[in-house]
Every structure is written in C-alpha cells, then in structure tokens.
Design a protein around this ligand. Structure first.
Ligand code: ADP
Length: 597
C-alpha cells in the first residue's frame, strides 16, 4: 500500500536523522503496552486469592506488585517524556536542516521550475505550519503501542479460546478493510485539493511577504487579495466538509463493529463463567482479566483506527517534503575529473536548449570557441538567450543537445565542486546577505588578516568603506542590526564584483554587472576591469555596448542563434548588422547620459 511505503520512507529518513530517538520511541511504546497488559493480568491473581485462600502474604505481594509496577512504569514513562520532547525537537530541527541542505544542493533547474517551486513552498509549509512532523511521530508511536497491546491482548484471550480470537481477528480484518478503503479515498482527496491549496497558498503568501507590499499599497490590491483568499478558503472548506462527512460515516461503521466485537467478547467470557458448554468454567479473577482484556482490545482497536487515519493524513501533508528531499542533487551529475587551475579553451558545440516544461528552443545549435585568457562580450537583444548560455556553462542547466567542452573535456566529466570552484560569476540578480561587507566578499568568516583592501580600492569602494565606523565589519542592511549599512545599488554591485574577484577563479563572468551603475561608475569599473581580470578568461554580458570595445571578440546572439563572432573593429565594418545598429544607438544615448550628468 502506498501509505505504508510513505510511512517506511519517513521512518528511514527519521532513522538516518536521529536513530536514538526512534529507539526511544520504540521503548516507550513497549513500556506503555506492557503497563496495560500487567494491569490486566495481575488483578486476576489478586481477585482469585481474595475469593479463594486469602493468603495474606500472597495478597500483600500481589497488591504491592500491582502498585509498584505501576509506579515504576509511570516513573520511567515520565522520565522518557522529557527525553522524547527533546528528541522530537531535535528531529524537527534535523528535518529543517535536511530541507535547507536540499534547497542549497538540489539541481538548480528545479528551483526555476514552477512545479518544484510550489512543491518547495508546500514542503516548508507542512514543516513549519501543519505540525505534520510532530503529529506523524506521535501517531507512529501510538500505532506501535496499540499494535503491541492488541497482540498481547490476543495472546491473553487465546488462553481462553482460540475460536474467540479468530472471531475477534475477523472483526479486526473488517475494520482494517474499512480503513484501507477510506485511506485510498483520503489519498485521492488530498491529491484533488492540491490545485486549490496551491492557489490558496499563493495568494495567502502574497499577503504575508514583504516584497509585494509596495505594489499592494499603491494599487490598493488588499481587497482583491483578501477576496481571493476568502474564496479559495471557502472552496477548501466545501471540499473538507465532504471529506469529514465520509470520515464520520467511516468512523461510525468502525464503532458499530467495535461494539459488536466487545459484545462478542463480553458474551463469550460471561458464558464461560456461568456455563461449561464451551469449556471448563472460569474463576471470577479470570473473568475480570478476560473482560478487561476484551474492553481494552476494543478500545485499543478504536484508537488504532484513529491513529492510523491521523497519521496517514499527516503523511499526505508531508508528501511535498518527502518528494522534495528525494530530488537529485547537482553534484550527483558529474564525473570524477579534477578541473585544472587554468582555462585553456571553452567550446560550445552544437548546443541547443529549451527550458524544462517548455517547447520553445531558447538556444539553437550554438557553436563557438573561446581561447584561454580572452575577453569576450556577449551581445544581443533582451531575451536573445545570453544568460541562458551562461547558465549552461555554469552547469545550472544541462543542454538539451550538444556539448560544452572546457580544456577539451565535457564540463560534466568534471567533479562538480572542482568545476564550480573555477568559475566566478556576477549574475544580474546577484544577492548580498545580512553578513558583514567583509564576509559578503570573502564568503567566510572575515578577519583583518585577509587583506582585501587592495581589492576594495580596485572596485572603487575604498572611500565608502573608510567612511563607515566599522569598515568592512559593517553588517549589510538593517534587517538584523540597526547599525547595519544600506549601500546604494551601485555600491552593492561593487561589493558583488569584489566577491567575484576575491574568488580568484580562472574564468570570470559578468552578466550585466553595471546596470545599476551610473555612467561614470561604469566607465571607472570597466577601465579597471581588464587589468583586474588580467590573465583570466572573462565573459561579459552587457546591454551597455561600452564593454564590447575592449573585448577581444564579440559573440552576437539573435533569437538563440549565433549571428556573428568577431572583433569590435571587424563588426563595425558591417554597417547593416545588428551589432552596428545596437552600438550606434547606444553610443548616442550614452553621450546623452554623460551630458545629463
Ligand atoms: P537574455 O539574457 O539574452 O536577456 P535569457 O537567456 O534570460 O535572455 O532568456 C532567453 C529566453 O528564455 C527568454 O525568452 C526567456 O523568457 C526564457 N527564459 C529565461 N529563463 C527561463 C526559465 N527559467 N524558464 C523558462 N524560460 C525562461
């Protein structure tokens, strides 16, 4: 059954995360059920002794055993409760870590795919908001306890009559059948509400997030957003109404069978006291024991049913988490080859690419070659495919066909980490974090002995850093520190450039790095850039054509195809080419920019 499989994979994940906790859970379940069984067996001997020989010593021993065993069991259970709470917290923490590590290591393409983005959101939601982990763990412990109890009770009842046990097993079989039918329905139900849940989650999320708040205010979108949330919530409520109706009916039927079960057991045990028709008559003590066993049997099967439903329901909630954590990681795709420290050549050979889930080829049969140490500009209109090309080179996406060679080897032959270490890139949408400026540049604990001031000067940040009381130790942004610094867009870009340069990789890529810079800052950076990246292979993607004048070659991309690959000088000779038109158009604007400045 699917649900059992899910439970198994959840347990194996939990076992990997915290084996000690799982063992503790098992011991706890065993203790609880042992206590129940002891309380059923020992009173039989006490009652029989009371009604029979009345041996004071034996009575005292039996009475004391009942009390002491209960005290000891309760004491241990309470002691374990604290350990279990701690263990559960630790397991939840571990699961969050597993999730975080998966997000940071999963094949990148999943993180731009709407289905998986949504899956990720739902996975995080299940862990953070639905208490799914806690409920499943508690549920599984209870199921375990109930099962052990039921089997022990069956053993007790077996000593009275195998026929009774067979009858009881039939009723349990009936109950299991009722629940497995319901579980199947339950699974379908939760699948069916996913689309509504996703929409509900999306609009709900919008109202919570910080980023949309500016637009929400300025366009007064709150009423529309609230209405959407209410509508989808109502739709969910309607669906759940149907679900709970069916759950109610199922539980009703289950309870009828339980009553039947109890009457059967009571009736049979009663008959065995007053008549010898089904076997030798039993003592009052045995009667108490068997009746107790029967009552507990019936109660425990009811509880078992409830626990199974609750756990399976929670497993459904946790589904996105389980699916997300089983996605393949980027490092899994790649060979063992150690990447050299230098770049001798980069070759794109017949590369075509379409994004997952899309039919449109974004890159079409692209071929070109770059020699080590060259500075290349990639130029093309918006949406031409420039960034996509870089994403393929950085192994964020796999080409749909064709191969990319670096130093003569397919880039996927290289061991993942060793390859990634050799590329420094500043993406259009680079991110800086609430670490200090120094940490944002070095990407590790920053200390003064890491001499980065020279680098800071090269990127034009020296004055700014010197003006800050804490210098490179200033925290970026005010999110977590009132004394944090808010840098301008241009300054932030310079920090990002410093970070890429600090990595000191043989291949450096700038994807429109200067879009937030004013023309003067841009000129300043580019003036220095070629000296900064001396000896390295550099690829620039820039809408401002100025970068192309000091590149060795320009790769001109139009609609995902290479239309030219030549030097600026040669390209400018072709006055009817796209390059010429782009360059001339921007040259005009650029001059205008300078005048306005
Ligand atoms: P450029 O960098 O030249 O502006 P891109 O490489 O970013 O162009 O985009 C090329 C095309 O690929 C565009 O049509 C864009 O809409 C599409 N595209 C970009 N990213 C994705 C994505 N994650 N999923 C689907 N299509 C995408």
């Amino acid at each position: 059954m699917k649900q059992l499989k899910k439970m198994k994979s959840f347990l194996s994940l939990s076992w990997e995360a915290s084996p000690g906790y799982i063992i503790l859970l098992f011991i706890n379940a065993l203790l609880e059920s042992t206590r129940i069984v002891i309380n059923i067996i020992l009173p039989k001997y006490l009652i029989d002794e009371l009604l029979g020989n009345k041996d004071t010593k034996l009575l005292l021993i039996l009475g004391a055993s009942i009390i002491i065993s209960n005290v000891i069991f309760k004491f241990i259970e309470n002691l374990m409760k604290k350990q279990l709470t701690m263990g559960r917290m630790k397991l939840e923490e571990k699961m969050s870590q597993i999730m975080a590590s998966k997000i940071m290591n999963v094949e990148f393409s999943y993180l731009e795919n709407p289905y998986y983005l949504d899956l990720k959101e739902r996975a995080v939601f299940a862990i953070n908001n639905q208490n799914a982990l806690e409920n499943i763990i508690v549920g599984i412990t209870n199921i375990l306890r109930d099962l052990i109890t039921i089997f022990s009770l069956i053993a007790i009842l077996f000593s009275l009559s195998w026929a009774l046990v067979v009858l009881l097993l039939i009723t349990i079989g009936l109950n299991l059948w009722i629940y497995s039918t319901f579980a199947e329905y339950q699974q379908k139900f939760f699948q069916s509400i996913i689309p509504i849940n996703r929409k509900f989650g999306y609009y709900m999320g919008l109202s919570w997030q910080d980023k949309p708040q500016k637009d929400i205010r300025l366009y007064n979108m709150a009423p529309m957003l609230t209405q959407r949330v209410i509508d989808y919530n109502q739709e969910l409520m309607d669906e759940f109404q149907i679900f709970y109706n069916r759950l109610g009916k199922t539980q009703g039927l289950y309870n009828v069978i339980n009553v039947l079960q109890a009457s059967l057991a009571y009736g049979y045990v009663g008959i065995r006291v007053i008549s010898e028709k089904f076997g030798p008559s039993i003592s009052i003590g045995s009667f108490t024991m068997y009746v107790n066993a029967a009552i507990n049997f019936s109660q425990t099967t009811t509880k078992l049913g409830e626990n199974i439903t609750m756990t399976f329901q929670m497993l459904e909630y946790l589904d996105p988490f389980m699916e997300f954590v089983s996605l393949p990681e980027a490092r899994e795709h790649g060979g063992e080859l150690e990447m050299e420290d230098e770049i001798h050549s980069i070759e794109f050979k017949n590369i075509s690419f379409k994004y997952p889930g899309s039919d449109k080829y974004v890159l079409k049969n692209i071929s070109f070659e770059i020699n080590g140490g060259e500075k290349i500009s990639i130029v093309g209109l918006n949406g031409a495919g420039k960034t996509t090309l870089i994403k393929l080179l950085c192994r964020l996406y796999k080409p749909s066909s064709g191969e990319i060679f670096v130093n003569g080897h397919n880039i996927y032959d290289y061991e993942y980490k060793s390859y990634m270490e050799k590329i420094a890139i500043i993406f259009q949408d680079y991110k800086l974090f609430a670490f200090t400026i120094g940490e944002n540049i070095t990407c590790e604990e920053y200390s003064e002995d890491k001499n980065i001031m020279e680098l800071i000067e090269e990127v034009g940040l020296k004055e700014k850093i010197n003006s800050l009381p804490k210098g490179l130790n200033s925290l970026m942004g005010k999110s977590y520190d009132n004394e944090g610094v808010e840098l301008s867009g241009g300054e932030e870009q310079k920090v990002a450039i410093a970070r890429a340069l600090y990595k000191d990789a043989p291949l450096i890529i700038l994807d429109e790095p200067t879009s937030a810079l004013d023309p003067l800052a841009e000129a300043e950076i580019y003036e220095h850039f070629n000296t900064m990246v001396q000896g390295k292979t550099a690829i620039y993607i820039s809408h401002r054509m100025s970068s192309s004048t000091f590149s060795d070659k320009i790769l001109l991309i139009e609609n995902g195809e290479v239309v030219d690959f030549d030097s600026h000088k040669n390209l400018m000779k072709k006055e009817d080419s796209l390059y010429y038109r782009l360059f001339m158009a921007q040259a005009k604007n650029y001059q205008l920019d300078m005048v306005i400045q």
